[in-house]
Design a protein around this ligand. Structure first.
Ligand code: GLN
Length: 406
């Protein structure tokens, strides 16, 4: 029998199944980076440095590979790296984590966030997020079956009705946090607005959760990017909150190696025990030579202590020229993002919503940015977009030259 007739006897099978994330498309960062590449635009959208990392760090990783450190590391991360992380946190924020029981190396910050949520959120549990929020939070909660309770940062406006800063919505938080709230997700320094939490903010949060079983997930991947002498207030610097918190950070952000996907999570022993149960079955281990390289590099505190000055110079350089355009600059006390209000630029495009404005900026002006509305479930249009200034001076100069006309 000829093969074709055999084929026709096999019923065609196209399995369908309900999407777990029906509303989710491709992340805005990927979409904008692709658009930037397609239109040869300067990419100030997705947050990643365009300058190289330190050759010494690469040397340490190379050396680890040459030393045959290429097999599975321990599931929780190599002791050298976990000890270095514990030491860094102790030095900077005062809390002593047990490196064996309370720290786990993760495949980047985003994996740490997902795994932390999966280990503690049961179907129907309420999880509070503060929007604009990093776009992985909501789908991660939904994958666990949790219910997202979103409150919004308050956009403060000046007398020209342009956004001038953001404040934590304490009144709203007070209303939504109750004894059954499973988890609250906070992020400082904050992506995309750059705002940073103060000690008094952590105190307020502590008061809100004091008599509850509510856990905190504190996303601190931009911990070393704080400017103008401002101190990063880590959850690990708060003796009360630290006992109920997952602390997340990222070597990708800190050491300009976002593509390596190595980060870590720290949490009290009982929480970490549950985290590791999930971690071992979705990641198991994080690549070995990177861990050895990072452990060696972490021995020199200057490598992260110099970051505020390094990025502040970039921020100030970018800001000084951008201030001459029609954009209104929002304060950037932290992160490597500069948010701007575009509602007064000299162009009819100010009527566009944030997403369309960013597309226009990418395709017509040649500079990619990220709409802040993408950080909301139901986009709030404030006329604000985000630029990433973690770029070489030449890249920033070229981008500024194109933005000058606005
Ligand atoms: N965190 C980076 C940003 O906000 C990008 C991460 C990603 O592309 N998923 O731009």
């Amino acid at each position: 029998m000829p093969q074709t007739s055999l084929m026709t006897q096999i019923p065609s099978l196209s399995p369908t199944f309900p999407s777990l994330l029906p509303k989710v498309g491709t992340t805005v960062f990927t979409v904008m980076s692709a658009l930037a590449t397609q239109h040869k635009a300067i990419n100030l959208g997705q947050g990643f440095p365009d300058f190289p990392c330190d050759r010494d760090l690469i040397g340490h990783v190379n050396q680890a590979m040459l030393n045959d450190l290429n097999q599975y590391p321990p599931m929780i991360g190599i002791p050298e790296l976990r000890n270095g992380i514990a030491e860094k946190i102790k030095q900077l924020y005062g809390h002593q984590y047990d490196a064996d029981a309370e720290i786990t190396v993760t495949a980047g910050g985003t994996q740490g966030i997902l795994t932390a949520i999966l280990c503690c959120v049961s179907p129907g549990d309420e999880v509070v997020i503060i929007e604009p929020a990093y776009d992985s939070y909501r789908p991660s909660i939904e994958l666990a079956g949790g219910k997202v309770i979103a409150v919004s940062l308050q956009a403060m406006r000046d007398n020209e009705n342009q956004v001038s800063s953001y404040e934590i919505p304490w009144d709203q938080l007070e209303k939504v946090i109750h004894s059954n709230t499973r988890l609250i997700m906070i992020n400082t320094p904050h992506n995309p607005t750059g705002m940073v939490w103060k000690k008094s903010d952590l105190d307020k949060l502590a008061k809100l959760v004091r008599n509850t079983n509510t856990l905190i997930l504190s996303d601190e991947v931009y911990e070393h990017m704080v400017y103008d002498g401002v101190m990063h207030e880590s959850i690990a610097s708060h003796p009360e909150l630290v006992n109920r918190s997952f602390l997340i950070s990222s070597f990708g952000k800190t050491y300009h190696v976002t593509g390596w996907k190595v980060g870590y999570i720290a949490a009290p022993v009982a929480m970490m025990k549950e985290f590791r149960k999930v971690h071992q079955f979705n990641v198991f281990t994080v690549n070995t030579p990177m861990q050895y390289g990072l452990a060696k590099y972490l021995e020199e505190p200057n490598h992260y202590l110099k970051l505020p000055d390094f990025y502040q110079a970039k921020r100030d350089f970018f800001k000084s020229s951008l201030a001459k355009t029609g954009f209104k600059l929002l304060p950037t006390p932290g992160t490597y993002f500069q948010c701007v209000d575009y509602s007064k630029i000299k162009s009819p495009q100010i009527k566009l919503n944030e997403a369309d404005f960013c597309k226009w900026l990418t395709t017509e002006i040649g500079v990619a940015a990220i709409p802040v509305s993408a950080f909301y479930e139901t986009p709030i249009e404030s006329g604000v977009i985000r630029f990433c200034f973690a770029k070489k001076e030449q890249t920033l100069t070229d981008a500024l030259q194109r933005l000058e006309q606005l």
